[in-house]
Design a protein around this ligand. Structure first.
Ligand code: HEC
Length: 236
């Protein structure tokens, strides 16, 4: 008898612990049960072909606080235009479904559109992403240059380092453009990240740049994205 009640106590503790772990924001029933739902994505995409073979453009499901897709389905289209893709979810506890770029480890590199699983209670969720430029360079612009760099490089009166990184100007200021100091070579030499000043500046390895940029980009996946973009020919 005593042994039985101990087992029950342990079971209850385990159940209680799991429920608490998975549902601390809203109601357990709503957050946990995502299996059996279907997400339908519609979008008009440009730039999908600019991503190299290191990446996939996918419709993917993520659990809270993880950058690795639990489930993902590749967007098959290779040309610009209308896309419609369906993802049947078999996993529970997903928090978002995202149209995104993932690398070979299924790690999220950039998100283009997102739908929260908490937001919908039906079995079919619609993600209407509209018209999006998801090209690799457009992604870098959104992910890095506009948010992190432009405040010093172009939005103020005089751009730091005589470099403007605002949208519409950044490409011509970087690709095939000599660095301010001739000994620093090219800002971006297409095909060679290791010979491009941009790579060295953001990694903190540029010998002649006094301003320390090394902690501005927090994600290793973003630093790798810059390198892969350059090594892949720095396409616009
Ligand atoms: C807080 C201001 C600030 C921010 C934010 C900033 N930079 Fe800079 N950047 C500078 C300054 C100042 C220089 C000039 C340093 C020097 O020449 O010693 C510079 C120089 C550069 C250069 C060298 C240009 C050349 O031709 O010499 C590059 C490339 C560069 N930054 C890229 C970036 C990128 C990419 C980001 C965003 C991830 C960024 N910077 C964010 C201040 C900033």
């Amino acid at each position: 008898m005593k042994k039985n009640s101990l087992i029950f106590a342990a079971l209850f503790a385990a159940i209680g612990f799991t429920a608490c772990d998975e549902g601390d924001i809203i109601d357990d029933d709503d957050t946990v049960r995502t299996a059996g739902k279907t997400v339908v994505l519609t979008a008009d995409l440009t730039g999908i072909a600019t991503w190299g073979s290191q990446y996939s453009i996918v419709l993917a499901g993520f659990a809270e606080s993880s950058n690795y897709a639990v489930t993902q389905k590749r967007i098959a289209a290779l040309t610009d235009g209308h896309v419609e893709t369906t993802l049947d979810i078999t996993a529970d506890s997903l928090s978002t479904i995202e149209l995104c770029a993932t690398n070979r480890l299924r790690e999220r590199v950039a998100t283009f559109a997102v739908i929260s699983m908490e937001a919908s209670h039906g079995d079919t969720l619609r993600l209407d992403a509209g018209a999006l430029d998801i090209g690799q360079f457009a992604t870098l612009q959104q992910l890095v240059f506009t948010g992190t760099c432009a405040r010093c490089h172009g939005l103020g009166a005089t751009p730091a380092g005589e470099l403007t990184l605002v949208e519409g100007k950044s490409y011509e200021q970087l690709v095939g453009h000599p660095a301010r100091q001739p000994e620093n070579g090219m800002r971006v030499l297409p095909g060679s990240a290791s010979e491009s000043l941009l790579h060295h500046v953001v990694n903190g390895t540029a010998p002649n740049i006094r301003f320390d940029h090394s902690n501005m980009i927090k994600e290793q996946a973003t630093l790798t994205l810059i390198d892969n973009w350059i090594n892949g020919g720095a396409q616009p």
